[in-house]
Design a protein around this ligand. Structure first.
Ligand code: FES
Length: 151
């Protein structure tokens, strides 16, 4: 039988049996029914799959089950209900930073994390968001949202 992995998912302790090399992105979407994290490149380059691992952004396509033991995972399903994401979601919506929406969950995970960092400015936030690609190439609206969030 596969080993059991226990971790905290969106504030709830969870445990499941699966192979050690099952990817978190797959587990979220196929086992837990959480489809907010999106498969894009699946090699850690596009940011569509970003979640928080112990409060910091991480590519769920690169995280394997064995790495989750005892850790804390937050997905867009929980973060989008939390007050800290409200200004980020509003800025993206008001600035035209959402087109097809495929990258938006990852963008919100990344931007909300940066928005909580003391002393962050627009130039640094923009540079640090380089791991989030928009397949619509809608970077103008996303950049305007960054300038609203980091005045
Ligand atoms: Fe994980 Fe692209 S799907 S970074």
């Amino acid at each position: 039988q596969d080993p059991a992995w226990s971790f905290v998912l969106n504030g709830q302790p969870v445990s499941l049996h699966c192979a050690a090399d099952q990817r978190l992105l797959t587990l979220l979407r196929e086992h837990f029914g959480l489809a907010g994290a999106k498969p894009g490149c699946e090699v850690g380059r596009c940011g569509a799959c970003v979640v928080w691992l112990d409060g910091q952004p991480a590519n769920s396509c690169l995280l394997m089950a064995w790495q989750l033991q005892g850790r804390r995972i937050t997905t867009i399903e929980a973060l989008s209900q939390a007050p800290e994401s409200v200004p980020v979601i509003a800025a993206l919506a008001q600035c035209g930073g959402v087109q097809c929406g495929y990258c938006s969950p990852g963008m919100v995970m990344g931007l909300t994390y940066l928005h909580q960092q003391p002393g962050m400015d627009a130039a640094n936030a923009s540079a640090l968001m380089c791991g989030h690609l928009c397949r619509c190439t809608g970077y103008g609206g996303i950049q305007r949202a960054i300038e609203v969030l980091f005045p």
